[in-house]
Design a protein around this ligand. Sequence first.
Ligand SMILES: [Zn+2]
Length: 224
Amino acid sequence: MDRILKGLSRFQKNVYPKHRDLFHKLALGQRPEALFITCADSRIDPCMLTQTKPGELFICRVIGNIIPPYPDAIGGVSATIEYAVGVLGVPDVIVCGHTDCGVMKGVLRPDALKPLTSVTAWLNYAQPALQAVAELKQVHTDAEHLLALAECNVVEQLGNLRTHPAVAVALARDALKLHGWVYKFETGEVFGYDPQQGQFLEIGAPPSVSVANRQPLSPQLQVI
Ligand SMILES: [Zn+2]
């Protein structure tokens, strides 16, 4: 906690004064460019990843970047989606999974999480993704399994997102686009879901990493 408080002091002393105009402007209101839904994992930093400033991303963080289908489990996630899409009118929603996700590991090995009743109930929303992985033929190793599950989970959650009324209305008006990403934080690569091809393709300007690490994440996925 000491480091966190020292960081706060540095922000107030050095960083805030440099961006005073921005924060004063933000005091008048916000108009974020996207709703970014991602895992609560501490290794994922949406603003660093997208190089966005305060006011530019409306962020929903929840373990496993899981979005319960409407009207199931109405709570923080559904309220955040409704507010971002219905009130703020964000034009884009990004659902971003990631590599080495502990939640996805828990989906693969649920016994270890059994004493955690809330987590176990939450992970039920990833079960359809587990089923989708079981139908993939080119997944052999544990690592491939984990990556494929992270991808299938993003696709599944995009489907759940469409069931939320505010999202359905905005999609029908052609005022909203949905995006599925998987962030490989070890290399800085990001793979975006292409519904036409049914697979994740590299997006952005790929960082300089060895060719050996620049593999597509997994074989073809079922299109939602
Ligand atoms: Zn995670």
